[in-house]
Design a protein around this ligand. Structure first.
Ligand SMILES: [Zn+2]
Length: 329
């Protein structure tokens, strides 16, 4: 049974640098290949079978001092990138994964399906390019026996081949018309089967540990989004108010210039415009205050809601971990 692992800092920083677009909080790594994967493989990437947006990367070799282990990790991360940007779904039933199936099925009857799949062709090409540079720039420096992050090696790796940093992503093109329904049906069946198999993960300590960590990460991220939203809102309010004040004064200037110029009439006209201008400025000020208050309340609700969901999530996982005696195992 594969175990949930934490990547060493060097591997994590390497991946974050090579794939800046991937949301790494949604990706978990496991040591070992699930038994139901019948083909021999050194690594496999699956959408989380009991989740909507997460991914699981299974690795046979987790000795990150070895170039092979790092290259496999980088190869699998390439698949995460291919899958992640086509959207979420139920378990493995996701657009990116179905597209992989379409590409796979399109070569039926033509020999090696794996080697002909453009998803694999691109991942293999990337892995090969990576290996070429990594051989002389080991980001996981193991001179001390342990994999230690080397910023110099990472800089040199990028210099060696700047295209290794994947800022853009593309979806491989492929597919015979009949491969579409075929892939949808097959992936749907696989999704149901894997959902049932992985349902028992809910009774596993390492899965619960992962969930607890997800709750925390999720809360942190959403609270940051709340405050970014509020900052944007405050600046929009201020912008709007500035515009309002200048409209008031423009309007008043125009008004003064249009006033009649014989004495009692001018006094009366000026006084009227002065009052109207003051009312205009006051209403902009009040609206600006309301705008700020509204954003402030919105931010508070956003933060409080996130906090509540996070607390419920943490209590729930903590209770389950206690019931399953996870703390003492
Ligand atoms: Zn692959």
């Amino acid at each position: 049974v594969p175990d949930l692992i934490q990547l060493p800092e060097c591997a994590r920083k390497l991946l974050e640098h090579l794939y800046p677009r991937i949301d790494w909080d949604r990706v978990n790594f496991y040591h070992g290949i699930p038994k139901y994967i019948l083909i021999k493989s050194v690594g496999i990437t699956l959408p989380n079978p009991i989740g909507f947006g997460g991914f699981r990367v299974y690795l046979k070799n987790v000795d990150f001092c070895s170039t092979d282990a790092i290259a496999t990790l980088v190869h699998e991360a390439f698949h995460v990138q291919q899958f992640m940007f086509m959207g979420r779904g139920l378990g493995v039933f996701r657009p990116g994964f179905i597209k992989y199936g379409i590409c796979y099925a399109s070569n039926l009857g033509k020999g090696d399906l794996y080697d002909r799949n453009p998803y694999e062709i691109e991942a293999e090409a990337y892995e090969a390019a990576f290996r070429k540079c990594y051989a002389s720039h080991k980001v996981c420096d193991c001179t001390s026996g342990e994999p230690v992050f080397s910023q110099d090696a990472l800089d040199a790796l990028e210099k060696c081949n700047p295209e290794l940093v994947l800022r853009a992503f593309k979806v491989p093109t492929c597919g015979k018309w009949w491969a579409y329904p075929l892939a949808v049906i097959v992936v749907l069946i696989v999704a149901v089967l894997l959902f049932i198999v992985h349902l028992f993960d809910l009774l596993k300590c390492d899965y619960l540990e992962e969930q607890a960590r997800d709750c925390k990460e999720w809360g942190k991220k959403v609270r940051k989004e709340c405050s970014e939203w509020a900052d944007q809102g405050y600046s929009d309010c201020a912008h709007w108010a500035d515009h309002g004040y200048s409209t008031c004064s423009q309007w008043a200037d125009q008004g003064y210039s249009k006033c009649c110029d014989w004495k009692p009439c001018k006094w009366f006209c000026d006084a009227l415009i002065w009052i109207a201008n003051w009312v205009c400025v006051a209403s902009v000020w009040v609206s600006n205050m309301v705008c700020h208050a509204w954003i402030w309340i919105g931010n508070m609700v956003c933060v409080a809601w996130t906090f509540l969901v996070q607390v419920v999530c943490l209590i729930w996982t903590t209770v389950l971990r206690t019931v399953l005696l996870c703390w003492w195992r």
